[in-house]
Design a protein around this ligand. Structure first.
Ligand SMILES: Cc1ncc(COP(=O)(O)O)c(C=O)c1O
Length: 398
């Protein structure tokens, strides 16, 4: 069979490939500490599980509206008001099958073949695959530790061209767990807006970001740019990866456009997941999620300390999500080789930087600390031993 050029251009998602290799090793009786995948180990809050059981018993699980259950759209809008102090009209909230489907709808709605889109490098690979799939000319803009591996206004200005139609930003970022400072986010969005270009901001890790010095939660881009398109999900903060539920907030004139696309692409998001997700916004479920957020912060400390002791450097400390981007340059191994050997020889699954772009990709490895403290301690112990066995002592964290 001949497959489309589009399909053939899609490269494997290495985090998943290393997961497959880890599963093979486990099946052969080896112990593997899986720090490769961005999946919270907690699962959904108990309130959500109860609501799901209730919904499965009592409701005929028919299709919902393509835009999602009206009460869920209202609940999400209410969450923006309570958690981030921004008013969002529920009519602008579109419930989707995970952030992935939100990205699919949004790119289908915004991108024409040949449109240039600026995306930071490194960044989450699937976002740029959606863009490229709809024919965008994805311009990967190299970033480094000096901008916390995020785009900033200067970079956007420098790489902007007359063909640039949009800007895609994820903050906090996967793979680095670092956020774009709010003033930079405002400046970048303002610059693009003045040029009539769209801004898609992936905030899937926003509620797992640190607050500011006075304890205020990290702000949504909607606080500074109410026409930005925002992507979010139940996968990370609410621990519901396998439920396949997310949302986007779009400008009013885009609602009917994404509605038509959703109707045609997948009819509606999972009805059972939508009913269950209503329980996410109860004070009890939010309290559970907030406890987990604190747990992630503790795990981050544990991982940063452990990596330093292992002689591995982390160029920028993360401020959110559950990722650490490690510089393995001092080991003399390319990140792909480092990950292969760490898995085969030490039983630790990580993700090479090559998944996230090409800038610095050979030097960096992503570690996900969405695993229990026990697993993290064991993983760090194995990594320290592995690095020591390589016979080079890495430089201490910069
Ligand atoms: C930055 C980013 N955006 C989107 C997604 C997709 O998430 P979902 O599970 O909601 O489809 C992920 C998943 O890891 C991610 O890291």
């Amino acid at each position: 069979m001949k497959f489309s050029a589009r399909a053939q251009a899609i490269t494997p998602f290495l985090a998943m490939e290393f997961g497959k290799r880890a599963a093979e090793l486990e099946a052969a009786g080896r112990s593997v500490v899986r720090l490769n995948i961005g999946e919270p180990d907690f699962g959904a809050p108990p309130q959500v599980l109860e609501a799901a059981a209730e919904a499965a018993r009592g409701t005929r699980l028919t299709y919902t509206a393509a835009l999602g259950l009206p009460q869920l759209r209202e609940a999400i809008a209410g969450f923006y008001q309570r958690a981030h102090g921004v008013r969002v009209d529920p009519a602008r909230v579109v419930v989707t099958a995970g952030a992935s489907a939100a990205l699919l709808l949004v790119t289908a709605a915004l991108v024409d073949p040949g449109d240039e889109v600026l995306v930071g490098d490194p960044s989450y690979p699937c976002n740029r695959q959606f863009l490229a799939g709809f024919g965008a000319d994805v311009r990967l803009v190299p970033t480094d530790a000096s901008t916390r591996f995020q785009l900033d206004e200067q970079l956007v200005r420098r790489h902007w061209s007359p063909r640039t139609r949009g800007l895609m930003i994820a903050t906090p970022s996967n793979p680095t767990g670092t956020s774009a400072p709010p003033d930079q986010l405002r400046a970048m969005c303002g610059f693009a807006r003045e040029r009539d270009a769209w801004r898609v901001v992936d905030e899937i890790y926003l509620d797992l970001a640190d607050g500011d010095a006075s304890g205020r939660p990290a702000p949504s881009v909607l606080a500074c740019d109410d026409e930005a398109v925002v992507i979010n999900s139940f996968s990370k903060y609410f621990g519901m990866t396998g439920w396949r539920l997310g949302w986007c907030v779009v400008p009013p004139d885009m609602v009917p456009v994404v509605e038509r696309l959703a109707q045609n692409y997948y009819i509606c998001p999972s009805t059972l997941a939508q009913h269950a997700a209503l329980a996410c916004f109860t004070p009890e479920a939010i309290a559970v999620c907030e406890q987990r957020r604190a747990e992630f912060a503790a795990r981050r400390r544990l991982v940063l300390d452990g990596l330093r002791e292992a002689g591995l450097s982390v160029p920028v400390e993360p401020d959110g999500a559950f990722y650490v981007y490690i510089d393995v340059g001092s080991t003399g191994l390319d990140s792909m080789r480092f990950c292969e050997r760490a898995l085969d020889e030490a039983g630790v699954a990580l993700t090479p930087g090559h998944d996230f772009g090409s800038c610095g990709a050979g030097r960096h490895v992503r570690l996900s600390y969405a695993a229990s403290r026990e697993q993290l301690r064991e993983g760090l112990r194995r990594l320290a031993q592995f690095v020591a066995g390589l016979g080079v002592r890495g430089s201490m964290a910069a």
